[in-house]
Design a protein around this ligand. Sequence first.
Ligand SMILES: Cc1cc2nc3c(=O)[nH]c(=O)nc-3n(C[C@H](O)[C@H](O)[C@H](O)COP(=O)(O)O)c2cc1C
Length: 319
Amino acid sequence: MKWETRITKLLGIQYPIIQGGLAYLAYSDLAAAVSNAGGLGQITAMSLQTPEELREEIHKVRQKTDQPFGVNYAIGQHGRKYDHMLQVAIDEKVPAITMTGGNPAPIFDMLKGSPDIKKLVLVAARRQAEKAEELGADAVMVVGQEGGGHLGRSDTGTFVLIPQVVDAVSIPVIASGGIGDGRGLLAALALGAEGIEMGTRFIATEECVHAHVDYKKRLVEGTENDTVVIKRSIGAPARAIANDFTNKILELEKEFGDYDHLKDFISGNANKRYIYDGNDHKGFGWAGQVMGLIKDVPTVAELFARMITEAESIRRNWA
Ligand SMILES: Cc1cc2nc3c(=O)[nH]c(=O)nc-3n(C[C@H](O)[C@H](O)[C@H](O)COP(=O)(O)O)c2cc1C
């Protein structure tokens, strides 16, 4: 069966499946595995400390795959500068750059001399998608409130958000948030999306080598009711696995609701204490409601084969 959409053509990939940026988890192993399976794998640039580290990681991906891949920039991290990190991706002529979490205009400015690099923006609202199109994005990824990690403030679910954005912009739309199997893939295409992005589902794969075994176990054993939205009080809602640590965060949000009281609890270090060490008392890990659909930890290739088989069988039944 043919899986050609404007997204597969734009990115030069076989299947319209993109691995989302995953803070502190998406390095060359996962990125290359996804690209080798026919999707678009990504490195998360801002999880690396220096431009040299990013350059090295890009080289590692190129050693592991000859397929297109992306570099993700989450730019909203409390004023952390990203220009020097972005320059590496430009110099390395990476196939695609995805961006989120802040005003993407300066990134588009820097990318003006790089027409061959595909530019994708992750948004969580129709207006943001329109803005991305105005700036010159090649495609938008749109995340609904089921998703893992940072979300929009309006709590709109993927099923309502995607058709709205599809109607509002003429560039291709990629659906994100709550997708974990072939049914979700096909449903997204039925809504008018031309590709999907998954985050949480890719953490529970063999090649997501940095995720602690207890994090993956929690994704497999947990249900759709085991996530919680934190950071709402500071205007940056984000979905994480509910644990002792997120309970503490919610208490602090109720009591104070300001960044200063929260900063040590929502930091990258607190994130790493859970995702690398599996410590429920000392840290948190992002995850979406789709964890209710995750039942195992396959290889990325197995996951792709299963999703494509499932989606193709639904398509055949419809025909
Ligand atoms: C652990 C984790 C870390 C994430 N980190 C980033 C990030 O650094 N940059 C980014 O653009 N998106 C990030 N996201 C969002 C994902 O790329 C994706 O949009 C989201 O997970 C989609 O929802 P899903 O989890 O239901 O698949 C993260 C999501 C998770 C679960």
